[in-house]
Write a protein that binds this ligand. Structure first.
Ligand code: NAD
Ligand code: IPM
Ligand code: MG
Length: 371
């Protein structure tokens, strides 16, 4: 069967890591007899350079017509360092999420046994940690009214949530908890924020439909501490847009590197798959970015298309690369492979999983391959 995949490589390391995910998808197509038709689309700083618009209309159109979207990363230092810039790369991503209605962002986090001793956290704290963060993605302070006074001395960002916005993601998070260890933690700031109190009230009422799921609550400041003190306590975390952004980067330390964290951004009609990391501008073109977050995002994309054994194969290839230490410098500083060589290994494994004597014809291990 043919699937239409929109690809948005974006800025910085976005194109490099997305190219590796595409290699994995190509290998899946060959091995399992599918065909993927890719259409590239512009977003972010590269779109501003070419069209003046961080999200050209054509990109939205390509995405709407696709079966799934694979996105790399956006962002450029020339905007990060210029607070007065009116047009910014990040506006492209936020507008795309909003216009496609991608309200539910799922960020799975786990401690890979192969990487546990690489983590700055102790083995006994992270071994066995496995959670899924459900981050609301189209509401809250990201999308509230923004204001800057004429004299530039006062600024505000409004935070608004409706019960409807909270309920639709809460149901998905409860369903996920039902299929996992049956625990849901709502992370909020209900001791201070009115919006958080609405989250608690709404989620508590919905809990009656999911009696087998244990619901608990944590204030976000405490949650940030608990994430490092005892991450194994978490199964599914449900939270608003801003808190989810922050605690998922924090949680990536458990996995060993942010370069491993994939995500799915899902709406009623469309779904987009993206690493949680950014455009890592310092690494652009150096071949040192970890492509696994993008490759694991492609695995989530396959699962979304109901291609489950295909997704399993990609995940197995990732596990194997970690086991063999065929990894980029962030997780294998002593003997790293380049971004592209890791992609080659993954594609090779997808095509030949049984080849235990594989000669890794495409893979050259050694310091000389870093760049
Ligand atoms: N979804 C997105 O497109 C997205 C997400 C976050 C940040 N951004 C943008 O990216 C730019 C840079 O932001 P930042 O530096 O705060 O965040 P970043 O995620 O780009 O990088 C932070 C750090 O994470 C590590 N890292 C990130 N990706 C990695 C990878 N694939 N492999 C190995 N290590 C990796 C690096 O140590 C890096 O210094 C900004 O313009 C920001 O707005 C975009
Ligand atoms: C680039 C930025 C707008 C984005 C966000 O804050 O949602 C990013 O940090 C992410 O986590 O996807
Ligand atoms: Mg983020």
């Amino acid at each position: 069967m043919n699937y239409n995949i929109a690809i948005i490589p974006g800025d910085g390391i976005g194109p490099e890591v997305t190219a590796q995910a595409k290699k994995a998808l190509d290998a899946v197509a060959d091995e399992f007899g599918h065909s993927f038709t890719y259409t590239n689309a512009l977003m972010g700083a590269c779109a501003i350079d070419e069209t003046g618009n961080p999200l050209p209309e054509e990109t939205v159109d390509i995405c709407e017509k696709s079966d799934a979207i694979l996105f790399g990363a956006i962002g450029h230092p020339k905007y990060d360092n210029d607070p007065s810039a009116k047009v910014r790369p990040e506006q492209g991503l936020l507008r795309l999420r909003k216009s496609l209605g991608l309200f539910c962002n799922v960020r799975p986090v786990k401690a890979y046994e192969q990487l546990i001793d690489n983590s700055p956290l102790k083995r006994e704290i992270i071994s066995g940690a496995d959670m899924s963060i459900y981050r609301e993605l189209t509401g809250g302070i990201y999308f509230g009214d923004k204001h800057l006074s004429d004299d530039g001395q006062v600024a505000s960002d409004g935070c608004t949530y409706s019960m409807e916005e909270i309920s639709r993601i809460a149901h998905l998070a409860f369903k996920e908890a039902q299929n996992r260890r049956k625990k849901l933690t709502l992370v909020d700031k209900a001791n201070v924020l009115e919006t958080s109190r609405l989250w608690r009230k709404t989620v508590s009422a919905i809990a009656n439909d999911y009696k087998e799921v244990e619901l608990d609550f944590l204030f976000v400041d405490n949650a940030a501490m608990q994430m490092i003190l005892n991450p194994k306590q978490f199964d599914v975390i449900l939270t608003e847009n801003l808190f989810g952004d922050i605690i998922s980067d924090e949680a990536s330390v458990i996995g060993g590197s942010i370069g491993l964290l994939a995500s799915a951004s899902v709406g009623k009609e469309n779904a987009l798959f993206e690493p949680i990391h950014g455009s890592f501008p310092q690494a652009t073109g150096k071949g040192i970015a970890n492509p696994l977050a993008s490759i694991l995002s492609a695995a989530m994309l396959l699962r979304h298309l109901n291609l489950n054994k295909e997704a399993d194969r990609v995940e197995e290839a990732v596990e194997k690369s970690l086991e063999l230490g065929f990894s980029t410098v962030d997780i294998n500083p002593k003997n790293p492979l380049s971004t592209s060589k890791v992609g080659d290994f993954i594609a090779d494994y997808i095509l030949n999983p049984e080849d235990t004597n594989r000669n890794f014809k495409n893979i050259h291990v050694g310091q000389s391959t870093i760049i």
